[in-house]
Each structure stands twice: as C-alpha cells, then as structure tokens.
Design a protein around this ligand. Structure first.
Ligand code: HEC
Ligand code: HEC
Ligand code: HEC
Ligand code: HEC
Ligand code: HEC
Ligand code: HEC
Length: 363
C-alpha cells in the first residue's frame, strides 16, 4: 500500500519536474519576488489600502485573504469552502484541511472517488476561529489552549501563514503551505523526544500531487498527499503543552505552568507507531499518519475546519464566543474540536476497544 502510494507520488514529482523545466519565470503570488516583483501589486496598494500594511482589501487581514481565498476564481485555493482547484474532472478536490465555512463531508462521501459535487459539502462544525476568536474565555495568562504563550494581535490567517514566504519548495527557508517559521514557541526544548530537540524547520517532508504551473490561464496548484513527520512539532509552536512525546506520557501529569490549573495527563504525541497496519481508516482524509507512520496532531485534527459532528454528551468546553458557520452561536458549544471523524471514531480506529496499539504494544 505504502509502496504504491510512493510510486504514485514519484510519478507526480517526475511529471512536475518535466513541467518545471518547460515553464519560464512566472508570477507566483506568494514568493519568487526576485524573479518578478510585479507580485507586490497583487496585494499592496500605495495610497489607498483598505487594511493595515497597505493591503488592497479589508477591513481585517482575514478579509484580505478571503479576497482571493473564498472561491476558486482568484486563486486555486478556496479556504472558506474547503476546495482546491485541479485540472481533474469536476475541477476541484476537497481540501483535507477542511474549510472555515463549509467542509467536504468526509464521513459520508468518498474522497478517493474523484467525483465531487457541492452537495457533498456540509457546514463546518468547528474551526480555528480566526477573527471571531475571543481570548478571554481561555485563561488569563495564556490565550492559546494547551499553550504557554500568547499571540500578538488578533488570531488570523497570518498567525499561521506567512504571505511572503512562498517560492521554491522545499528549501531551507520555505515551508509547505507558507507555514510560519516564527511561531511563539519556535524550537522545542532540547530534552524533548528523548533528548532530541526538534525545530519547526524539521517537517518539510510533506508530499504533494497534482502540481500545475501558473500562467495566464491557470495557477500553481498542489494537493497534499502526505504530512511531514514533524508537522505536530509545528502545531506545538503554539500548543506546546500538548506536545508530550515520551513513552507512557499519559502516566505522568504535566504541570500547566501557564495556568495554575490542576496538572493534566496527556496522550503521547509525535512518535512513530510500532503497529501502523493495525490502524483502521488510515488515510489522508481520515486517521492520517505522517509519511513515516508517526502519530501527529493532524492524525486526529484538521487544520482549518471539520464537518464531522459530535453528540453533545461527548465533550463540552467553554467555547470562545463560538460562532458556528451556520451563523448560530452557543456559549457552551459542543465542539467537534477539529476532529477528522465523528465523535471519537479516531480513538476507536487505533485502539478498537483497547485491542491494539495499546501502550504495552508500543516501544
Ligand atoms: C499575497 C499577498 C502579498 C504579496 C504578493 C506581498 N505582500 Fe507584503 N504583506 C502582505 C500581508 C498580508 C502583510 C501583513 C503581514 C502582517 O501584518 O502580518 C504584508 C506586509 C508587508 C510589509 C510590512 C512588513 C511586514 O512584514 O509586516 C511590507 C514592507 C511588505 N509587505 C512589502 C511587500 C513587497 C515589497 C512585496 C513584493 C515584493 C509584497 N509585500 C508582496 C501580503 C502580501
Ligand atoms: C491577490 C490574491 C491573493 C491574496 C490576497 C492571497 N492569496 Fe494566497 N494564493 C493566491 C494564489 C494565486 C495562490 C496559488 C499560487 C501561489 O501559490 O502563488 C495562493 C496560494 C496560497 C497558499 C498555498 C501556498 C502553497 O505553496 O501551497 C496559501 C497557504 C495561501 N495562499 C495563504 C494566503 C493567506 C494567509 C493570505 C492572506 C494573508 C493570502 N493567501 C492572500 C492568491 C492570493
Ligand atoms: C498561531 C498559533 C496556533 C497554531 C500554529 C495552531 N493553533 Fe490551534 N488554536 C490556536 C488558538 C488561538 C486556538 C483557540 C481559538 C479557537 O478555538 O478558535 C486554537 C484552537 C485549537 C483547537 C480547538 C478547536 C476547538 O474547536 O475547540 C484545536 C483542536 C487546535 N487548535 C489544533 C491545532 C492543530 C492540530 C494545529 C497544527 C496543525 C494547530 N492547532 C496550530 C492557535 C494555534
Ligand atoms: C492554526 C493555523 C492555521 C490558520 C489560522 C490558517 N491556516 Fe491555512 N493551513 C494551515 C495548515 C496546517 C495547512 C495545511 C493543512 C493540510 O494540508 O491538511 C493549511 C493550508 C492552507 C491552504 C492550502 C490549501 C488547503 O486547503 O490545504 C491555504 C490556501 C490556506 N491554508 C489559507 C488560509 C487562510 C486564507 C486562512 C485564514 C482564513 C488560514 N489558512 C488560516 C494552518 C492554518
Ligand atoms: C494513531 C493511533 C492512535 C490514535 C488515533 C489514538 N491512540 Fe491512544 N495510543 C496509541 C498508542 C500507540 C499508545 C501508546 C503510547 C505510549 O507509548 O505511551 C496510546 C496510548 C493511549 C492510552 C494510554 C495512555 C498511557 O500513557 O498509559 C490511552 C488511555 C489512549 N491511548 C486513549 C486514546 C483516546 C481516548 C484516543 C482518541 C482521542 C486515542 N487514544 C487515539 C495510539 C493511538
Ligand atoms: C489521538 C487523537 C488526537 C491527537 C493526536 C491530538 N489531539 Fe487534540 N484533541 C483530541 C480530542 C479527542 C480532543 C477533545 C478533548 C477530549 O476529548 O479530550 C482534543 C482537543 C484539543 C484541543 C482543545 C483543548 C482545549 O482544552 O480546549 C486542542 C487545542 C488540541 N486538541 C490540540 C492538539 C495538538 C496541538 C495536537 C498535537 C500536539 C493534538 N491536539 C493532537 C484528539 C487528539
């Protein structure tokens, strides 16, 4: 299975390599500015900016991003509705990151089918709450749940993405998906992961397919086919407390220094599974192990939004003025917490009723 996937990825990469020798210098909206600085004008206007930093559209930075990323007309990525344009039949692939408004219904429709329609989409049941997020509800010293640091300014698209950092991927400074290198917690402690300190730079081994060149009629577009092993280290750039990597981490309470709330026990994170073949529904759209079978944050969560539902008896949280994408608000919302599957199906896919992938089976 793995081999087949690799061969496919290689084929895509080879096609892309051939294509890239053919394509000359081309405008790339988020980078390669040295080759073509015209790109600045796509986003900045000198005397009539609608948002801070002289942005062409506003009033918030998120509105600015939506100027191009709320449909497939100005860019190949519709982050609002969870779509990626491709030359394939139908013209788009569902984004496995989900969307901030609508998300492909991964629970009930077949991602692998390559025959999608708008009716396969549902309202997102939880999102990373850009702009609507109100930090007060978490605790006073740390506005990032599971983090010991605070964000500067609003929580927005630019908290996670660096709009200038596109270009030739992957080189030492270019991250997949323009992900930021300068998160509040840049580098994990040297004592983490059994003494191996990890930096956020370490997760550039993502794989992509369906790469097309941008030209006057189309854009560069890439669909993710595999997550890098250290993508979870990147998430820990904000949610550092949740990144407990030791074996049996769940047996040792973590002192939540930022909050003075009672210590917590936490599931082990960011380690290689000894028994990856025991995982049911292991695929990019459901329980997504990394390219080398690591359990990472994105194994269970989506980055932008999820359409999976939770029954209200499962878990409630004091949500941050949570506005659901259907417009309703619910202060004690039953958040689906960005999970990739309904309720706690992600747990069952690895553990059955604690039948496999038990701590005793894991080195
Ligand atoms: C895809 C849109 C986009 C393009 C293209 C773009 N910028 Fe920006 N730029 C932004 C955004 C968004 C910000 C605000 C960043 C923030 O506040 O976090 C910004 C901020 C800036 C700033 C303020 C300093 C900073 O980093 O906050 C400067 C200066 C700047 N851009 C110059 C340029 C120049 C010069 C070019 C062309 C070489 C360019 N930008 C191309 C989106 C873009
Ligand atoms: C003027 C239109 C425009 C604006 C505004 C814009 N983008 Fe983009 N974005 C594009 C286009 C076109 C692409 C695809 C081609 C490319 O990557 O340059 C893209 C690609 C991306 C990608 C995928 C990059 C990759 O290599 O996989 C991300 C992430 C992204 N944009 C985030 C943002 C964020 C965050 C903002 C707001 C700060 C923003 N964009 C504003 C046009 C825009
Ligand atoms: C720039 C900082 C930042 C980064 C990086 C970040 N997050 Fe978050 N995350 C936040 C903030 C702030 C909140 C609280 C706001 C909210 O719930 O919308 C949050 C909330 C969450 C939630 C709770 C959502 C809910 O509905 O209760 C989950 C789950 C989550 N993040 C997972 C992740 C994962 C997985 C990654 C890596 C792909 C990640 N985060 C990266 C800042 C970040
Ligand atoms: C909490 C961090 C975080 C925030 C906030 C965030 N993104 Fe992303 N974004 C990611 C990650 C991680 C990925 C890759 C996820 C994947 O492949 O599953 C991604 C992927 C993307 C892509 C590539 C296409 C896709 O769907 O995978 C685009 C475009 C993008 N983001 C735009 C945006 C825009 C626009 C906003 C604000 C409305 C935003 N992002 C807010 C972390 C974030
Ligand atoms: C990708 C597979 C995977 C998923 C998904 C998963 N687990 Fe685990 N889980 C493991 C492995 C492997 C271990 C053993 C970790 C170790 O070495 O300490 C483990 C350990 C545990 C433990 C024992 C903790 C300890 O340290 O003694 C519990 C309880 C647990 N998981 C519950 C859950 C729950 C609840 C969920 C869903 C939220 C879940 N798991 C999802 C693989 C998984
Ligand atoms: C094994 C599956 C699994 C993995 C892996 C996982 N999470 Fe979670 N996460 C959950 C579940 C389930 C919840 C909902 C709370 C619960 O049931 O315990 C949650 C809740 C959250 C929340 C909201 C918590 C709160 O107190 O508001 C954040 C933030 C979060 N996760 C971030 C992360 C980050 C960052 C990582 C990687 C370091 C990660 N998660 C890895 C399953 C997972």
């Amino acid at each position: 299975m793995k081999k087949l996937a690799l061969t496919l990825v290689m084929a895509v990469i080879m096609v892309a390599a051939v294509a890239s020798t053919a394509m000359a210098v081309e405008p790339y909206y988020h980078g390669d500015f040295a080759d073509n600085s015209l790109g600045c004008a796509k986003c900045h206007v000198t005397h009539a900016g609608q948002a801070a930093a002289l942005l062409i559209s506003g009033p918030t930075q998120t509105d600015f991003c939506y100027y191009c990323h709320n449909s497939l007309s100005k860019s190949p990525y519709d982050a609002k509705n969870g779509m990626i344009a491709t030359p394939a039949a139908g013209g788009f692939m569902p984004s496995v990151a989900g969307g901030f408004y609508k998300t492909f219904d991964f629970d009930n429709h077949n991602y692998a089918s390559h025959a999608y329609t708008l009716t396969d989409y549902v309202y997102s049941t939880s999102v990373h709450g850009v702009e609507t997020y109100d930090g007060d509800v978490w605790d006073e010293t740390s506005i990032i749940p599971g983090g010991t640091t605070t964000l500067t300014g609003d929580f927005r698209c630019g908290s996670c993405h660096d709009p200038h950092k596109g270009g030739n991927y992957a080189t030492s400074t270019i991250m997949p998906r323009l992900l930021r290198l300068d998160l509040p917690k840049l580098v994990q402690e040297a004592t983490d992961n059994g003494g191996v300190g990890e930096s956020v730079y370490d997760h550039r081994d993502w794989t992509f397919g369906s790469i097309g060149a941008s030209d006057t009629t189309g854009f560069k577009t890439q669909v993710v086919t595999g997550y890098g092993d250290n993508v979870g280290i990147w998430c820990a750039g904000c949610h550092d407390l949740f990144n407990q990597m030791d074996a049996d981490a769940g047996q040792v309470a973590v002192d939540d220094a930022g909050t003075s709330v009672a210590d917590k026990y936490m599931h082990r994170m960011n380690f290689t599974l000894d028994n990856p073949t025991d995982v049911t529904h292991q695929s990019l759209e459901k329980v997504a192990l990394s390219v080398n079978d690591k359990l990472v944050c994105l194994t269970c969560h989506r980055a932008h939004g999820t359409g999976s539902s939770t029954s209200d008896t499962v878990w409630t949280r004091a949500s941050a003025s949570y506005e659901l994408s259907d417009g309703s608000t619910d202060d004690e919302s039953d958040s689906s917490v960005l999970l990739r599957e309904t309720n706690r199906d992600v747990c069952y896919d690895c553990h059955g009723a604690a039948e496999f992938n038990k701590p005793s089976d894991q080195s």
